[in-house]
Structure formats: C-alpha cells, structure tokens
Write a protein that binds this ligand. Structure first.
Ligand code: FE
Length: 348
C-alpha cells in the first residue's frame, strides 16, 4: 500500500510541501535481507542512500538463513527487499509466497525477460541483477576441449571416470539441469543425468572451487563450475591458484546450439514489505548503470543489463559467448521434477 505522497498530488504541492517531503526523506528506511557480502556492496548502498535519502538496514545471512527467517517471521517480517543467489532459490521463495509482484517500467526495460521471474499479470516476482555462466573446466593434459564442447558430452561414455561435481541437489546444478529438461525433454534429461553419474570420478562433494582444484590436481579431469569461481582464481595472487589455473582449460558449453546456461543473483520485494515504494526504488536503482557495475564486480559476474560495460580483467579474458536465453524462471521451476530424476538415477 503506498504510504507516502503520490506524484500527482505532489505536482500541486507548494514549496512548503517539498520541504516537508525532504524532511520526510531523512526518515525513510529500507530493510534489506541479503545473501551477498561483498565490499563493493558498501559503495552500492552508500550511493543509494546519498541519491534518495533512504537509509538501508542490512540483515546479512546466507540464502538458506534468509529463506528460513522470512518464513518464520511471516506477516511481521521487517524485510522490504530480499537479495538471493540462483534462480532455484528465487523460485522456491516465490513458490513459498515470500515475494510480491512488482510492476516497474524501468525494470521491464532494463532487465532482459529471460533473467526475470514469471509475470503473473499483476507484476513480476523477482529480477536478476547479475549473471554467472555455468561452464565446464577440464584438465588440459588429459582432455581435449572438443570432448567437452556441450553439456550433453559430460555424459558421453568417452568421458567415463573423468567427471567430478558438487551435489546434484545444489541450486546451481538444479537450475542447470532444469534448463536441460526444458531443452531435451524428460526422457533424454534423465538418461543424461544417469550418464553423468556413470561418468563420475568420485562421489559428489565440495563446492565449485573444490572441483576446479580437483581437475587441476588430476583427481578428476572434467567439472562444472560457475564462472565467478574460475574468475576469482584467475585474479588471485596466490601461487597455488595460478598453478591450478595454468593446468586447466575452460569452455562455454553449447555455443553451436542453444548457448551456455547462465544463472542470476536477484532481488525481490518481500511479501510483507512495510516500505514498498522504497523497495521498488532500490530494485530500480540496482538496474542503473553504476549500480550494475558495483553489483556485478563484487563477485566477478556480468551485469544483467546488457548495455553496461565491464572492466574486469578475468571476464574480459574469457570473452563474449552465446547465452542460453531460455527463461531462467522456467529452469528454476523444473527443479522439482529434476530432483525426482536425481533420486531415481542415484545422483547424490
Ligand atoms: Fe557461489
């Protein structure tokens, strides 16, 4: 419910009214639940407060902590804006009724349609603000890039005993597999997941960085990783990171077909937001050129707004690639079906 002066009424207001509004702006606040903890975010929030007078109260947690907290707090939640990582988690939150739809011409125009939640007619539930690609890394001595040019090839018998991965049920994998389900259909996707399990060098464990290191160390030869983990290692000043990076190659899969899967870090207005207008203003600010740069740079990601230029040496080295434009919300919604497949094929 709008609870400060509407623009039309403002037009009729005299100077006195404008002064009153400025005073009111000093008291404006926004409660932000964020799973992001990057230094560049400080500048992001500071600039927003400077431009709008809206103060930001941050409650930092990890993604699971934020979701649990929102559920536990229910209607009394002070949350106005929620920032989460991965379309799978954004879709869970949407399905759990933790967000509310937003209608914003700015966000519709700036954020590409495939990087947003579904539009129910009354608005969009969430928006992606940065993108990360799910890429394949391989051991340069043992694997030819042509053998891992597509996601499908991960399940090829020629790659038997070479693949290592984090848990299939991790959101990063659930969303990728959900995209595969949209592209291949249920039968072929389940066969592919079975093939992936058959090709594993070891049982799934660890995070994406652990898989990159295992490939570099020769414990396995092929792995999936989000692009920012590799970019972080490429920019690292540690000798062992540089050594690991020297041993591996990477490919953006499916360049000759539908493109490489990209996921998002995204934001939404909380279902019970008490500062709804400020929350929408913050999301719109996140889509601005400056905010896009800070938001993406904090985690070596690409801005969601395609016209925003980046100056990240690791990302520039990776170059441009064909992005899968399947709606990420569709991939996120497929996670339930994907999880059933994972259980059937024994993908832990
Ligand atoms: Fe991550």
């Amino acid at each position: 419910m709008p609870h400060f002066i509407e623009p039309k009424r403002l037009l009729g207001a005299v100077l006195l009214g404008a002064v009153a509004l400025a005073a009111q702006a000093q008291d404006k606040v926004l409660n932000l639940y964020s799973a992001r903890h990057y230094q560049t975010d400080e500048a992001l929030y500071h600039n927003f407060t400077k431009a709008t007078g809206i103060k930001i109260n941050r409650i930092d947690s990890d993604d699971a902590g934020i979701l649990n907290r929102l559920k536990a707090e229910g209607a009394s939640s002070p949350a106005d804006v929620v920032l989460l990582v991965d379309a799978a988690r954004l879709t869970w939150a949407e399905a759990d009724g933790l967000f509310q739809p937003v209608k914003s011409a700015t966000l519709q125009e700036r954020i590409p349609a495939h990087l947003r939640g579904a539009d129910s007619g009354s608005g969009t539930q969430w928006f992606g603000f940065s993108t990360r690609a799910r890429i394949i890394v391989y051991n340069k001595v043992r694997v030819q890039p042509a053998d891992v040019a597509t996601y499908q090839q991960l399940a090829d018998p020629k790659n038997k005993g070479k693949v290592c991965t984090r848990s299939g049920s991790h959101p990063y994998n659930l969303t990728l597999f959900g995209a595969m389900l949209a592209h291949l259909g249920p039968q072929a996707t389940e066969a592919w997941l079975k093939g992936l399990v058959d090709n594993m060098a070891r049982a799934p464990k660890g995070g994406d960085t652990d898989q990159i290191k295992a490939v570099a160390a020769g414990e396995c030869q092929i792995a999936l990783t989000n692009s920012y983990y590799l970019a972080r290692m490429m920019r690292s000043t540690k000798a062992d990171d540089a050594e690991a990076v020297a041993r591996i190659g990477y490919v953006f899969p499916n360049q000759d077909s539908w493109g490489t899967h990209v996921n998002v870090a995204g934001g939404a207005v909380a279902r019970h937001a008490k500062h709804r207008d400020e929350a929408v203003a913050f999301l719109e600010y996140l889509a601005s050129d400056d905010a896009q740069r800070y938001f993406a740079e904090g985690n070596n990601e690409w801005p969601a707004v395609p016209t925003v230029k980046i100056t990240n040496p690791a990302l520039e080295a990776m170059g441009r690639f064909k992005v899968d434009t399947l709606p990420i919300a569709e991939a996120g919604r497929n996670q339930v079906q994907v999880q059933q497949m994972l259980d059937r094929v024994g993908f832990k």
